[in-house]
Design a protein around this ligand. Structure first.
Ligand code: ADQ
Length: 464
């Protein structure tokens, strides 16, 4: 069996065990253990003069190789191009883009430098699986170094419509880089169609069912909706329901009901609109005052990017205003926490919450939606309110699907969720749980790997 080489911005080293490691990390580690091979990426560290020789940690389940970024690379590649240009662009937030040519150059430079460090570690039959927007040019750079391996790419975030993508100077180059892979996987069929739309109308290429031809290459494309380890998460939720933290949360609410949101503090997640909708609910439906608490858990993320600091101030203002307006001496409507929790603790909180709020303005998939579903008590499940702009909405049609830009509709959905009868909650939940179980993280990994193995080898790639 071919070895697997995983490339991603952050590498989940084996010391990040159990509850701390996310489902994705666990799934990819399992793939490494099964196939043997290597996980390669950024160490998460910056140093003044970053070395070109990776630090390698060998374990019986595979090796982990990481490089530091120099401070200039961190500013240009990571903060600049990846997170201030590609991230807002791919999430349809043109107004938040901060494009600078120097940052684009740094992005290409890091891809070149990382490819050069990786290439000598790759064996001829290895399958290479590159993850996400940080490393779109990786296949081009590896091929320039002579690699003829099968190389696949999975985009965790949405692929934007061509009208949005073409706002990026150098968009052709990025799409040509995607075409250097043998398989490009997206979260949803909508993303596949957006990519094919660009290929057909901007790149002069050809598209068909599951393939595109452009820039002199033919490659496979497909939707591989990512999932969670549903069984393990459901079990963790049962256990956590009896944990000390969940008990303390329950006690602190003194019989009140809980609506929960759990997101990285990111402008794609629709947090200000969610806060405003909760304010609207309390204004238009006074019967919920004093009866329901909204808890938003939002650990700070990418604090070095200016737009994230602005968002943080906005949310602090909103939480303060709502509490100032509606709080009673024994009830605060909003609990706003800028911290992370271990996943098992979150599982208990999700199970206890009667409404899960997942209302991003745009999201590749959104795993919190799937975690909330998996954590529910089948006898008395909560209600998921889900944005139509999350990839998860394509699968979880038992949720109350909302347009997160419509604050009145969002408030109305909260009201409906809080009053939904048990029969309807059960019917909606069981359909969603079936899908979360069937399309779990193992299914995602195995379907992608199978498609990559089945992709025609480089030597037979037809020219367009
Ligand atoms: P993210 O934008 O990070 O991921 P998401 O899919 O929701 O979004 O995953 C977040 C993960 O972090 C979840 O597993 C969640 O439990 C965890 N998490 C969030 N807040 C936390 C907290 N306070 N404490 C502990 N854990 C927390 C990107 C894309 C998504 C896509 C994923 C996977 O933006 O659209 O679903 O990758 O492909």
């Amino acid at each position: 069996m071919a070895r697997l080489v995983i490339v991603s911005n952050r590498v989940a080293l084996p010391r990040e065990r159990g509850a701390r490691a996310g489902g994705l990390a666990v799934a990819l580690r399992e793939a490494l253990a099964k196939h043997g091979g290597l996980w390669f990426g950024w160490s998460g560290e910056t140093s003044a003069e970053a070395s070109d020789t990776p630090r390698v940690l060998r374990t019986p389940q595979g090796a982990y190789a990481t490089l530091d970024l120099s401070e200039a690379e961190h500013a240009g590649f990571y903060v600049g191009f990846a997170n201030s240009t590609l991230w807002p662009l791919f999430h349809y937030r043109l107004g938040l883009i901060d494009f600078r040519r120097a940052a684009f150059e740094a992005y290409l430079g890091v891809n070149r430098r990382f490819a050069a460090a990786l290439a000598p570690m790759v064996e001829p039959d290895d399958l290479v699986w590159v993850h996400d927007y940080h490393f779109i040019p990786m296949a081009t750079k590896l091929r320039k170094l002579g690699l003829r391996n099968r190389i696949g790419f999975f985009l965790h975030i949405p692929f934007p419509a061509k009208e949005v993508l073409t706002a990026l100077p150098g968009h052709e180059r990025l799409v040509a880089d995607l075409c250097a892979y043998d398989l490009v996987g997206f979260q949803t069929q909508g993303d596949v169609e957006a990519f094919q739309g660009y290929i057909a109308s901007e790149a002069g290429g050809r598209v068909g069912d599951g393939w595109v031809e452009a820039f002199g290459r033919r490659l496979r494309v497909g939707a591989f909706p990512i999932g969670i380890d549903a069984e393990a998460f459901a079990e963790a939720a049962v256990k956590a329901a009896a944990s000390e933290e969940t008990q303390r949360l329950k006690d602190s609410l003194a019989g009140r009901r809980l609506m929960i949101g759990v997101d990285r503090l990111d402008h794609s997640k629709g947090l200000p609109k969610r806060f405003e909708a909760f304010q609207e609910l309390l204004g238009t439906h006074p019967e919920h005052r004093g009866k329901v608490t909204f808890m938003q858990i939002a650990p700070i993320s990418r604090g070095e990017v200016a737009q994230y600091r602005t968002l943080r101030r906005e949310l602090e203002g909103l939480a303060g205003r709502i509490n100032g307006k509606y709080a009673e001496f024994d009830w605060a409507p909003v609990r706003y926490l800028n911290r992370a929790f271990v996943r098992t603790t979150l599982a208990g909180f999700y199970r206890f919450a009667c409404v899960g709020l997942v209302t991003p303005l745009r999201d590749g998939m959104n795993l919190v939606a799937k975690e909330y579903v998996a954590a529910q008590d089948p006898a008395d499940p909560g209600v998921l309110i889900l944005s139509r702009f999350a990839g998860a909405a394509r699968e979880l049609d038992g949720a109350l699907i909302v347009n997160p830009f419509d604050i009145d509709q969002l408030a109305a959905a909260m009201h409906r969720a809080l009053r939904m009868p048990l029969d309807e909650r059960r019917a909606r939940w069981s359909g969603m749980m079936d899908i979360v179980r069937r399309h779990d993280i193992t299914h995602w990994r195995e379907t992608f790997m199978a498609a990559l193995i089945a992709a025609p080898p480089v030597s037979s790639a037809a020219a367009a």
